[in-house]
Ligand binder design. Structure first.
Ligand code: FE2
Length: 281
C-alpha cells in the first residue's frame, strides 16, 4: 500500500496525505448516511455541545457515555445565551461520535476492509484496535476552531502511539477549516494527558513545550476522498469555518494491541462491544 518513501515520510514528518484513497461512491454514501442521521435527530435528543476552548465544560455524561454509542454534539455558536438553537439541527451539529464504526452499518462498511487493513499494517499496526470514530461537520459560518492538540492526549498508549485516520468527505481548504499540522512535531513530547476515573476527568499538564507558531504550521488542503494519516503525537489544529461551505470529515483512531492502550483513557471497551481491527466482517 505505502511505498518505502511514504513510510519514511511518515516516520520523518508524522503524517501522510493519500489523495483519492476512498472512491467517490463510498464518500457519497457516507455523506448521505450522515445527512440521514442529522435529519432524524431532534434538538431535544442532544445533551451537550462540543468545544475545545473550554476543555473542562463538555466532558459530561453525554460525552463520556458516547464511547459505545452514536451521539450528536452541538456547535457552541449554534446555541444562544439561553441555550436555544439558533438554526435547524442539521446545520447546528458539530460532530457525531464515537462508535459509528461499530454500530452503524454504513459507517461500519466504510471503516473496515482490505485497503485500510493493509494501510494500518504498513503504518506499524500489526494488530490494530479501532477505538473511536467521529463525523466532524465543521458547519458553514459557525464550525468551531479546534485548538492545537495531540490525539495521544485523549487516547494514550504507554509504549507506542495511536494513529489518526482523517477522511475528507468534502473538499477542505484554508477557507473552510482544513487540517493544520506541525511537520515533524511528533518527535516532541506529549503536552497534556486526559485522564478519566469513572465520571471524573482531568487534563494533566505534562510538558510546557509551546504549540507551533505560524512559521512551523502547515495547512493540508485536500480534496474529497483524500485520507490523511497522522501520528498520535503530531500537533494539529483547525481554524473556525467562516466560509459558506461545510467541511465534513470522518476520523478513526487506532492503536496496536501491544502498545499499552492506557486504562485511564476515556474510551474503554468490554465484551459487550469488543474493540475490533480493520478487517471486514
Ligand atoms: Fe485531533
Amino acid at each position: 500500500m505505502l511505498s518505502p518513501q511514504q513510510q519514511q515520510q511518515f516516520a520523518r514528518e508524522g503524517y501522510l496525505v493519500l489523495p483519492g484513497f476512498k472512491p467517490a461512491a463510498e464518500v457519497a454514501q457516507l455523506l448521505q448516511r450522515t445527512h440521514e442521521i442529522l435529519a432524524a435527530t431532534e434538538a431535544q435528543d442532544i445533551g451537550g455541545s462540543f468545544g475545545t476552548q473550554d476543555p473542562g465544560g463538555f466532558w459530561n455524561r453525554w460525552f463520556l457515555d458516547s464511547d459505545v454509542r452514536v451521539r450528536c454534539f452541538f456547535e457552541e455558536e449554534a446555541l444562544d445565551a439561553q441555550g436555544r438553537l439558533n438554526r435547524p439541527v442539521p446545520l447546528a451539529v458539530n460532530k457525531i461520535g464515537h462508535a459509528l464504526h461499530d454500530l452503524d452499518p454504513v459507517f461500519e462498511r466504510f471503516s473496515h476492509g482490505p485497503a485500510l487493513a493493509e494501510l494500518a499494517a504498513d503504518l506499524g499496526l500489526q494488530e490494530p484496535q479501532v477505538w473511536q470514530s467521529m463525523l466532524i461537520c465543521k458547519q458553514p459560518g459557525i464550525g468551531g476552531e479546534v485548538r492545537w492538540h495531540q490525539d495521544a492526549t485523549y487516547l494514550h498508549c504507554e509504549h507506542g502511539a495511536v494513529i489518526g485516520f482523517w477522511f475528507a468527505l468534502e473538499d477542505a481548504d484554508t477557507d473552510n477549516g482544513c487540517l493544520w499540522v506541525e511537520p515533524g512535531g511528533h518527535h516532541g513530547p506529549l503536552r497534556e494527558r486526559f485522564v478519566r476515573e469513572g465520571y471524573q476527568t482531568r487534563l494533566e499538564r505534562l510538558d510546557e513545550t509551546p504549540w507551533p507558531d505560524a512559521g512551523r504550521a502547515r495547512p493540508l488542503p485536500c480534496e474529497a476522498g483524500s485520507l490523511v494519516v497522522f501520528h498520535g503525537l503530531l500537533p494539529h489544529a483547525s481554524q473556525a469555518n467562516r466560509s459558506g461551505r461545510s467541511r465534513f470529515a470522518y476520523t478513526l483512531h487506532a492503536s496496536d494491541a501491544r502498545s499499552g492502550y492506557a486504562r485511564s483513557n476515556w474510551i474503554q471497551r468490554d465484551a459487550s462491544l469488543p474493540v475490533r481491527g480493520f478487517a471486514a466482517r
